[in-house]
Design a protein. Structure first.
Length: 270
């Protein structure tokens, strides 16, 4: 009898361990659609649950014609606000409760996230393009940089597509399992600085080119050949202006200070 009891207890332990391992593998691979039960039974159960939820959510409403006024106006959220994307950690599986697998790590605190972000800043991940699509981080919410708990940074949309394609939650670079994610705005801030630098550089170039064009048009060069070409071009411009301008405007052009300046330069040149 004792032998039979010991043998049955060992079989029970093996059965519990096997079930726990299978349950953990199913949850780890995120195969939530698998079901041992009959498909017709599961469909009936789903329809019953849906009807119960609809019955529970129905409420009697009376249209009074009055609209609720929002006090204080719409709330404007800070676009550079950092927040954690991960939901609450899932409950422990049977294998984790039995000690067969390590439980998932606890959510990181604010200090731990600060250390992870500092390590990412030292590595310069936000200054480089996304490792998945090799494009810069921008201002759109889909291209915000998402910081992982392993200090790697990706586009939010790229990371979501990678998780959907692999059906796993592993870092694309270091292959860390069950990482935690946090939206940071370092890439958007650097993108703003880069855009402002480009706009300022293009505006300075436009101003300098316009100034140099006016300088070439008004100041004659010192070289003899270039000086002769300069005054020949001025003479052609003056003839063309005389042909295409009405007689009443010619006197105004001759009396303008710009024309007087050109005449002085011509007198000095010849």
């Amino acid at each position: 009898m004792l032998r039979n009891k010991g043998h049955s207890s060992k079989q029970d332990n093996l059965a519990v361990t096997a079930v726990a391992l299978q349950d953990h593998i199913v949850h780890d691979l995120q195969l939530q659609n698998l079901s041992i039960a009959d498909s017709s039974k599961t469909k009936v159960q789903k329809t019953e649950n849906r009807s119960k939820s609809l019955r529970r959510n129905t409420k009697a409403l009376i249209d009074t014609g009055l609209k609720k006024t929002t006090q204080g106006g719409p709330k404007v959220e800070d676009p550079e606000k950092e927040y954690v994307l991960d939901p609450k950690p899932p409950p422990l599986t049977l294998a984790q409760k039995l000690g067969l697998f390590d439980p998932p790590p606890l959510p990181l605190s604010a200090d731990e996230w600060a250390r992870v972000k500092q390590r990412s800043v030292e590595q310069g991940d936000s200054t480089q393009p996304c490792p998945i699509c090799r494009e810069e981080f921008g201002l759109h919410p889909q291209v915000f940089n998402v910081l992982l708990s392993c200090s790697h940074v990706f586009h939010r949309a790229c990371l979501q597509a990678f998780e959907k394609f692999t059906n796993k939650k592993t870092c694309p670079l270091c292959r860390k399992n069950q990482y935690q994610t946090r939206v940071i705005c370092d890439g958007a801030r650097l993108f703003k600085i880069k855009c402002a630098t480009r706009i300022q550089a293009s505006w300075r170039g436009h101003v300098v080119r316009r100034w140099y064009r006016d300088l070439r048009r008004t100041v004659p060069p010192t070289d003899a050949k270039l000086r002769r070409k300069f005054f020949e071009a001025k003479r052609k411009e003056r003839k063309r202006a005389q042909v295409f301008t009405p007689p009443e405007q010619r006197m105004d052009l001759l009396a303008s200070p710009k024309c007087e300046r050109v005449l002085e330069i011509n007198n000095c040149g010849f």
